[in-house]
Design a protein around this ligand. Structure first.
Ligand code: PMP
Length: 442
């Protein structure tokens, strides 16, 4: 049965058993309505209530400020690799367009609008060509993929890899280089004009690398738009596992299938002033004429459209939404005033138990990432220096004890114990016991 298995898969990942049980019921006959949640309209009052409740739980858990919008989207984390480019590059263009329009109108008081528009277009074309930059902190496989998607959409000349963590680490991920070695596009204060955004992946699922804290280099510098760094963070694999100062980010996103729920929902938290009416997107005709990367892009990835329609622009999977809402509502019930801080303590405690035993037997286990950036969620290690036979033996022994999902990502090999929110302490203790026993036998 479910209780006999300890599952450490990286995603899809375990859900709390009470949620799975309630979800089974909700799929068959939601609240005794005679219909299941996979069957009702996404525009029904029931669906609307689920949407409102889910937003309220997330807002409470993470203390999301009023000036942020929560969007429920589809397309997964990978969809957001494209969406952030599609949504934030136009913000950069629109800010530049407004400034160009103001400057050029002042300089040419007698010119008519179409003449000004033409001058604006010419200036923008030059600025895009020379100054449009997207900064990527490449600290693992997922931020690498995100940077590759930006390069695919826009062209690689627009992508500034401010850090490639493999370079200082023998070609492999596992460290985050010191911030003073990052080559972020300079802001105005630093003598430059800033980038469209800075992209980071808060927790690298494959490589087991997590930012220990918000990077100092990305702290806000001032109010001027050119001093502002818009920070985009992929929190797919550590969402709602620790406190986050949402106000420091332009966009936070995460696919649901690790800490939040089942695959099929992507949560996006976006600062409202990056959406219309505060920042209107530039006219589609202008984007077409500038001819960069197929902008404006698919409407289902357009944050403004999704926000305007309260995430119901098209059919939202309400069952999946309900699961996410239930997970978050239950966390609020469990942790109350501690909110996500309560979950953080448990996540830390579980991770310490696992790293503790790994560190105790350095001859047998080698943790892959550097100690300073060890993920609390995805614990990556090798057995006996990556000896193939020993690693196979380790996995086979684990399976005998019903410890499942411990194999590392196919791209890196080794072991990975994913320690998401719904992995019970008890299962972590079983894993720790096995790690002890296996080590004693070697
Ligand atoms: N970002 C991170 C950190 C991930 O772990 C994953 C998936 N494992 C993705 C993005 C991609 O998500 P999806 O498969 O939902 O597109």
């Amino acid at each position: 049965s479910r209780h006999e298995i300890s599952y450490f898969g990286a995603g899809p990942a375990p859900l709390p058993t009470p949620v799975v049980e309630a979800a089974g019921q909700a799929f068959v006959n939601f609240n005794n309505s005679g219909l299941g949640l996979g069957e009702i309209s996404h525009r029904s009052p029931t669906a609307n209530k689920i949407l409102d409740d889910t937003k309220a739980h997330l807002t409470a858990l993470l203390d999301i400020p009023d000036n942020y919008e929560i969007l429920f989207m589809q397309g997964g984390g990978s969809g957001e690799f494209s969406a952030v480019v599609q949504n934030l590059v136009p913000v950069w263009i629109e800010r530049r367009r407004r400034r160009a329009e103001a400057d050029l109108s002042r300089a040419n008081p007698d010119a008519d609008k179409s003449h000004i528009d033409e001058l604006v277009f010419q200036r923008l074309q030059k600025e895009v060509d020379e100054e449009l930059k997207l900064d990527y902190l490449v600290t693992g496989s997922w931020s690498l993929k995100a940077s590759q998607e930006a390069a695919r959409l826009l062209g690689s000349k627009y992508v500034n890899v401010a850090v490639d963590a493999r370079k200082a680490n023998g070609g492999k991920f596992g460290k985050i280089p010191a911030e003073d070695t990052w080559s972020l596009t300079p802001t105005k204060r630093e003598g430059g004009k800033g980038s469209a955004f800075v992209y980071m992946c808060d927790n690298e699922t494959v490589d087991g690398v997590e930012f220990p804290a918000f990077p100092k280099a990305l702290e806000p510098q001032g109010q001027d738009a050119e001093d502002e760094r818009l920070i985009v963070s992929d929190m797919s694999s550590n969402f709602i596992s620790r406190k986050v100062d949402v106000s420091k980010y332009a966009v936070i996103f995460g696919g649901a299938q690790k800490n939040i729920g089942v695959t099929g929902i992507t949560i996006v938290i976006v600062r409202k002033d990056l959406l219309p009416p505060l920042t209107a997107t530039p006219p589609p005709a202008l984007l077409h004429r500038l001819n960069i990367g197929g902008l404006p892009g698919p409407v289902v990835l357009d944050y403004a459209t999704i926000a305007k329609n309260n995430s119901l622009y098209n059919t939202l999977p309400i069952f999946n939404l309900w699961v996410a809402g239930k997970v978050m509502g239950d966390l609020m019930d469990i942790f109350g005033a501690q909110k996500v801080g309560g979950q953080e303590k448990i996540a830390d405690q579980k991770a310490e138990l696992i790293y503790g035993v790994l560190d105790k037997y350095p001859q047998v286990y080698q943790v892959v990432p550097d100690k300073t950036v060890r993920s609390r969620m995805n614990i990556c290690f090798r057995v006996c220096g990556g000896d193939d036979a020993k690693e196979k033996e380790f996995i086979a022994g684990a399976e005998k004890r019903s410890l499942q999902g411990l194999k590392g990502h196919r791209s890196v090999g080794g072991m990975r114990a994913s320690n998401y929110n719904a992995v019970p302490l008890e299962n972590v203790q079983k894993l720790v016991k096995y790690l002890e026993d296996f080590a004693s036998g070697h």
